[in-house]
Ligand binder design. Structure first.
Ligand code: RP5
Length: 173
């Protein structure tokens, strides 16, 4: 977290924080300044409205919004914030997050929310990075390096598997 944030990470409850943390870690890794807020579409609607209305004016370019259950936070924010909103559906005890994902995903035409998988906060962070990389060559360079390293890690695992075979690979994992 730094001053002059360009990404907001918001969550419906502090109970979402242990999942949402992975998005913040990605932004830290790429050196992107962000803020963290707890806002609820249902429990603190006035604060949520004020946040969504004022975010562009404060320099926010992408919002990541996590919520579980009747997960309306990302959609409510997208109804007022004109730039990209990425929704993270949080896994729930009652319905496993199917409730959350449908709530985040099924937005009406005209109000998009880019929805990642259930609890997929790392991908939300990376998607925010990819959006910022469109107009920021420094972030783009870091993104290309990240993708290269990621691919290399798979290649190395494959080499190791071929060398060791199944049992030895699993023993060394
Ligand atoms: C949602 O309700 C939150 O995003 C959270 O995932 C879920 C449960 O909230 P708590 O009861 O744990 O505060 O609004």
């Amino acid at each position: 977290m730094k001053s002059n944030p360009i990404v907001s990470i918001v969550m419906g409850s502090d109970s979402d924080l242990s999942v949402v943390k992975a998005a913040a870690e990605v932004l830290d890794q790429f050196g992107v300044p962000y803020e963290l807020q707890i806002l609820s579409a249902h429990r603190s609607p006035r604060e949520t409205h004020e946040f969504a209305e004022g975010a562009v004016g404060r320099g926010i370019k992408v919002i990541i919004a996590a919520a579980g259950g009747a997960a309306h936070l990302a959609g409510v924010i997208a109804s007022e914030f004109p730039l990209p909103v990425i929704g993270i559906p949080i896994e729930t005890p009652a319905l496993g997050g199917i409730d959350s994902i449908y709530s985040v995903l099924q937005m009406p035409p005209g109000v998009p929310v880019a929805t990642v998988g259930i609890n997929a906060a790392k991908n939300a962070g990376l998607l925010a990075i990819e959006i910022l990389a469109v107009s920021n060559p420094i972030i783009l360079k870091k993104l290309l390096d990240f993708k290269k390293d990621q691919a290399q890690a798979v290649v190395e695992k494959s080499r190791k598997l071929q060398k060791l075979g199944i049992e030895n690979y699993l023993k060394q994992k």
